[in-house]
Design a protein around this ligand. Structure first.
Ligand code: SF4
Length: 378
């Protein structure tokens, strides 16, 4: 392949030699004007990992509470319990259980995240609920929490990271969501989320999860006040962590959304920036199998094109009664639910083979339904 940008020729040689890319390489990829060359490099890297497969999951998505005192400046979801009483919600464990099952049981994942709520974020709330869900829908993997929530619970119960991971695993935790990674660069992090888990602890918690056999994802929040160098540094820290203690399944680039938060002046990311970010993530993270284009964040159309820029996953359908609030509070217009036939059409139109998965990327036929025996026992 002939690249219009000579920087891409040098980077292509490094990739052919199986060498990991440097910070300078990542910045050069972001700065290139050769979008087609960048896409071709990322697409080839994706196809070396998973050929023509592109993944999606039938899942339920629940935000269990918006009460949070962390006050991240990019957040439009959190509500102050004392100053914004009309916005506050806090689901009981019974409500979460009922919500998860209200449209049947034909899904492979339950995805739950919430705020730092002193009244909800405790093991007394979560452990019985997790066990109850595991008993009712054993085929559905529990994809719960972020490292920020796990650190909060560890402090609250005076447990070490190995201890909190062990009790959550014992209760049925299969996977931890990748949120709260935001941007690791400490100077930028101090400006956008000073009260949340540190970069070092985010990585330490994920490495402990992986050591104990709990899978996880990682995210990167981009498009706010961070620099391009911050983004590439973030990806390199994830790559180094994966090399130390493997266990990350996917990186999910999260585009900053500006409505209703203190960083509104940053505006929206562009489609070009979104596509470049998928491609750079794919090329920098040579030890990650999956790069997820989450339709809820970048929209279905950008995500479909992202499949030509290194992404190999569109994330979940969500249930038809689910209500994602974190991104919808910040202005996303992507809707709440996508039928899996629509996913399959978008993937196949982009030239790939649609594959249904669970959180840990076990594959299922598109018309798989939970075994009847389990339904009877539930
Ligand atoms: S991003 Fe999460 S931790 Fe930060 S304020 Fe919002 S809900 Fe709280």
């Amino acid at each position: 392949m002939v690249y219009r940008d000579p920087a891409l020729t040098g980077i292509a040689r490094k990739i052919d030699a199986n060498a990991s890319l440097s910070l300078e390489d990542g910045v050069a990829l972001y700065r290139t004007a050769d979008l087609h060359g960048l896409g071709a490099l990322a697409r080839a890297a994706k196809e070396r990992k998973s050929g023509k497969k592109v993944f999606y999951v039938l899942n339920r998505y629940i935000n269990s509470t918006n009460v949070c005192f962390a006050a991240c400046t990019f957040c439009s979801f959190a509500a102050d319990e004392f100053k914004e009483k009309e916005r506050v919600f806090r689901m009981t464990a019974d409500q979460v259980f009922a919500k998860a099952l209200e449209t049947g049981t034909n899904f492979n994942q339950i995805h739950i995240v919430g705020g730092h709520d002193p009244r909800q974020l405790s093991l007394d709330y979560w452990l019985p609920l997790m066990r109850r869900l595991k008993e009712a829908v054993p085929h559905a993997q529990l994809s719960f929490f972020t490292a920020a929530e796990i650190e909060y619970m560890a402090k609250r119960h005076r447990l070490s990271f190995p201890e909190i991971v062990s009790v959550l695993k014992e209760a049925g935790l299969d996977n931890v969501n990748g949120g709260a990674a935001e941007i690791f660069a400490e100077e930028t992090r101090a400006k956008i989320c000073p009260n949340k888990v540190s970069s070092a602890n985010w990585i330490a918690i994920h490495e402990e999860l992986h050591r104990q056999g709990v899978a996880s994802n990682a995210t990167m929040l981009y498009g706010h006040i961070e620099s391009i160098e911050d983004r590439v540094d973030h990806l390199i820290r994830l790559r180094e962590s994966q090399a130390r203690v493997p266990g990350f399944n996917a990186l999910i680039p999260l585009a900053f959304h500006p409505d209703g938060n203190a960083l509104s002046y940053c505006g929206w990311t562009t489609g070009l920036d979104d596509l470049k970010t998928f491609a750079v993530a794919r090329l920098m993270l040579d030890n990650f199998d999956h790069i997820k284009a989450y339709w809820m964040i970048q929209g279905l159309k950008v995500c479909q094109v992202a499949l030509q820029f290194g992404a190999d996953d569109m994330d979940g359908t969500h249930g038809s009664t689910d209500e994602e609030m974190i991104y919808h509070s910040a202005g996303t217009r992507s809707g709440q639910y996508v039928d899996d036939r629509e996913f399959r059409r978008l993937i196949e139109d982009a030239g790939y083979v649609a594959v249904r998965r669970n959180s840990t990327y076990d594959e299922f036929p598109f018309d798989w339904t939970p075994p009847q025996r389990e339904l009877v026992e539930a």
